[in-house]
Write a protein that binds this ligand. Structure first.
Ligand code: NAI
Ligand code: MG
Length: 399
């Protein structure tokens, strides 16, 4: 086995807690790696006026692979007020280091698997025929374009004259908004490029082929958002026809998908969408498999940078508990995605099997799995702590 160097980015709050647990599991599974720690998050904003220091970017650039916990992010005004007094009033401006990472490395492909574990009490159930209860197992992987769409930040309130004139040149704008005073206008632009759209579609098809999924579903709204959603649908048809005829190509609208996901989630395999609809669809499906304690993700760039992280944030209110209670599985699953990515398939499967065994056995459950309110008392009330859940997974690895 080649010894890997992995950049560990603990971040803030529970991010640091769950990352540590994931590293324990990786070590226990025999993954031979060196971890170099990168600075990111609120503490560095306050101390240095930069939540994503250049030295961290250099580390990631050098080693290419990062395991990331989570960070705390706040609006700019609040952020400025929390800066170290020596830095206040010196022109520092806050922006989210997650967005920063994404933009700096052009992490345009985001992958969010949503797979239910047997025996997870948080699994989605529905009523079947004759009043039976069905528990469809979900096995969906969402490919979300990560850098464009409505989240590209190209937006204005009271747009400048040249922008306003460009808008006026569109007959629909003129007809429907032409009489609105310009200072009462807010405009956010939904941008899709052919290159990035091709990349996310190809990644989705490649994945479907590699992992044996029958279908790729484009989840957009091409009947209404004709240019951008339309582009994705058109390119998807071309790619499928030229390279992936053995994989079914399906088309759902995001609104309908939100309905279908609780009616027949088992019918979906790989789903691909633009940034915003991918964000929505992945949260929707994550809800079916246990929510934030289970939702893992990976982000990739064209030039080989990969960042693996749970979908959840830093959950600051839990960060100070003497005994941490949050579920480490989303972070450990993200580490499994990393193992899979670097070709450590066997280790990845061994860890996933250990998680699956712990969940199916049902003896060790974190508070979220017991549907408790997150409070320190959950431990006295029978919930496993973050560390106990990790211990249980490690225990299974030894078997
Ligand atoms: P959050 O994901 O941190 O927490 C929301 C709630 O989800 C928690 O109160 C808790 O009930 C539950 N939860 C989260 N992780 C859990 C886990 N591992 N096990 C069990 N329950 C869990 O989102 P919130 O509260 O909106 O944001 C807190 C901070 O995190 C904010 O500063 C926000 O900007 C940041 N954030 C960072 C993200 C990242 O680093 N990728 C993503 C989302 C939010
Ligand atoms: Mg989200």
């Amino acid at each position: 086995m080649v010894r890997r160097t992995i950049v560990a980015l603990p971040g803030d709050g529970i991010g640091a807690i769950v990352l540590e647990q994931a590293l324990r599991v990786l070590n226990a599974a025999g993954f031979d790696a060196e971890y170099v720690y990168g600075d990111i998050g609120w503490g560095f904003w306050r101390k240095e006026g930069n939540p994503l220091p250049d030295r961290t970017l250099d580390l990631i650039k050098k080693h290419k692979i990062a395991l990331f916990g989570a960070i705390t992010s706040k609006p700019n005004e609040e952020a400025k007020a929390e800066l170290d007094p020596s830095l206040q009033g010196k022109g520092f401006s806050y922006s989210s280091p997650i967005v920063g990472l994404r933009q700096h490395f052009d992490l345009d492909i985001c992958v969010r698997p949503c797979k239910s574990y047997k025996g997870n009490p948080l699994n989605f159930v529905r009523r079947g025929r004759g009043n039976t209860i069905e528990e469809p197992l979900v096995n969906v992987v969402i490919f979300r374009q990560n850098t464009e769409c409505l989240y590209s930040g190209v937006e204005w309130t009271n747009p400048p004259e040249n922008v306003y004139n460009a808008l006026l040149s569109h007959p629909k704008f003129r007809a429907n908004f032409g009489k609105v005073p310009v200072d009462e206008l807010s405009v956010s632009v939904r941008i899709f490029t052919k290159k990035a759209t091709m990349r996310i579609l190809e990644a989705a098809f490649d994945y479907a082929k590699k992992y044996g999924y029958e279908s790729v579903t484009v989840c957009e709204k091409p009947n209404v958002v004709r240019e951008t959603s339309g582009l994705m649908w058109k390119l998807a048809k071309e790619i499928q026809k030229n390279r992936f005829q053995d994989i079914k190509l399906l088309n759902t609208n995001i609104d309908a998908q939100m309905m279908w996901l609780t009616k027949n989630p088992e019918d979906y395999g790989v789903i691909v969408a633009g940034n915003m609809f991918g964000d929505i669809a992945s949260d929707g499906f994550a809800g079916l498999i246990g929510g934030l304690g289970f939702a893992c993700s990976a982000q990739f760039s064209a030039d080989g940078i990969a960042v693996f992280e749970p979908t959840h944030g830093s959950a600051p209110k839990y960060a100070g508990y003497e005994v941490p209670i949050v579920n480490p599985i989303a972070m450990i699953e993200s580490a499994c995605m990393m193992l899979d990515y670097i070709g450590e398939k066997k280790l990845c499967n061994v860890i996933r099997k250990a998680i699956s065994d712990v969940i199916e056995e049902g003896r060790v459950r974190t508070y979220d799995m017991m549907k408790m309110q997150g409070k320190p008392e959950v431990i006295q009330n029978g919930a496993a702590s973050t560390v106990q859940m990790t211990d249980a997974i490690i225990e299974k690895l030894k078997k």
